[in-house]
Design a protein around this ligand. Structure first.
Ligand SMILES: Cc1cc2nc3c(=O)[nH]c(=O)nc-3n(C[C@H](O)[C@H](O)[C@H](O)COP(=O)(O)OP(=O)(O)OC[C@H]3O[C@@H](n4cnc5c(N)ncnc54)[C@H](O)[C@@H]3O)c2cc1C
Length: 325
């Protein structure tokens, strides 16, 4: 159902700087996505809560995002209010780092390493914002957001309250958090680190940066890893898989099969569908050649899931968030 002229007017009055029919392709790493009917850039935490509150009270669909690096927005776009978290501040005091949700993760990681604090070097290669990294518990190279976040400030939709959640209350899991299950707007967080030597932390950060550039199609339009890796609890769960394919011991030891490895073994690496391709560098990345539609990406996602399920009995879950489908 389309927004009514009255609803649009109410939102425009509350948020005078919003724009209309903003192409989401401009705001996603995939470079894909139709128009946001209403689009608002929140420069401060108060702007974020005001925008969401107004949308809730007006009864219109709304959606908050950060860097757009983990999103697939449909070709028809989003018929509601899209709010970009652009509250980008952060501060470092001794071993404590206070970040706003819209702070750029890679920049925060570099500054933390330069301050000689240990444990966030891995985040230098994560595109997007701190809010997005908390939402999906982003991680790589053995590090995860959950390891550094002490508490998260959020706006709870259920009762319109601002709440501070402890690390435990965030219920972080593999590419998962409480915020994926209970609707909130993440406003910021506090992180805690161990002090160390800045020459070492910066060297480690640079090493991780170089490693990533080697193995992933970073310069191309994608949303990072499309699927979650397949995490299994015990050997029984991978018996079927082992009958089909020789699973390397290190994957069995890690209790996790990389999704890209499964997609590759189905012969889909390099497979093209319209303007989207399973990257020939890393089979868990789907890359847009500049002409792909969201529909084509969704079709290729389905094809990968179907082939992996048929061949290995494994149901691949998407890591990327789908909007407007
Ligand atoms: C080239 C490339 C490499 C990547 N490598 C990795 C990797 O190694 N590891 C990894 O974990 N991820 C990786 N990603 C995925 C992505 O960068 C991370 O998930 C990132 O943390 C998402 O942040 P974002 O701000 O871009 O989130 P967005 O894409 O903007 O949003 C993602 C989700 O978070 C929600 N969200 C964002 N901000 C808020 C907020 N303030 N309040 C409430 N909800 C919010 C959105 O609603 C959406 O559902 C990669 C992506 C790309 C393009």
């Amino acid at each position: 159902m389309s927004l009514t002229p009255e609803q649009i007017q109410t939102i425009k009055t509350a948020l005078p700087s919003l724009t209309e029919n903003e192409p989401m392709a401009k705001h996603t790493n995939f470079r894909i996505g139709g128009p946001a009917r209403l689009y608002f850039v929140a420069q401060m935490a108060d702007d974020l809560t005001k925008a969401v509150q107004t949308a809730v009270e007006t009864g219109i669909p709304w959606f908050v995002f950060g860097g757009g690096s983990n999103l697939l927005v449909s070709d028809k776009g989003f018929d509601g209010l899209v709010i970009q978290a652009a509250n980008r501040g952060f501060s470092i005091e001794d071993t404590k780092v206070v970040c706003e949700a819209g702070a750029i993760t890679a920049l925060v990681a570099r500054k933390i390493a330069e301050a000689g604090l240990i444990g966030y070097e891995w985040a230098v290669g994560i595109p997007g914002t701190i809010g997005g990294s908390i939402f999906g518990n982003a991680g790589c190279y053995g590090g995860e957001t959950k390891d550094v976040v002490a508490s998260v400030d959020a706006y709870r939709i259920a009762d319109g309250e601002r709440v501070t959640y402890s690390n435990e209350e965030c219920r972080f899991g593999y590419r998962d958090s409480f915020f994926k299950h209970e609707q909130h707007v993440i406003l910021g967080c506090t992180m805690e680190f161990t002090p160390g030597d800045s020459a070492m932390t910066v060297a480690k950060l640079n090493e991780i940066n170089a490693k990533r550039k080697d193995g992933q199609p970073l310069g191309e339009s994608s949303a990072g890893c499309l699927f979650k890796n397949f995490a299994f609890k015990d050997e029984r769960e991978i018996e079927k898989l082992k009958r089909e394919v020789d699973v390397p011991q290190e994957m069995i030891g890690a209790k996790r099969i990389p999704a890209g490895w499964l997609v590759e073994r189905c012969g889909l690496k390099g497979h093209k569908l319209g303007g989207v391709e399973v990257s020939s560098r890393h089979a868990n990345f789907l890359v847009n050649d500049g002409t792909a539609s969201a529909d084509q990406v969704a079709q290729l996602v389905s094809l990968c899931q179907m082939k992996v399920r048929d061949q290995f009995g494994v149901s691949l879950q998407t890591e990327v968030q789908f909007v407007g489908f």
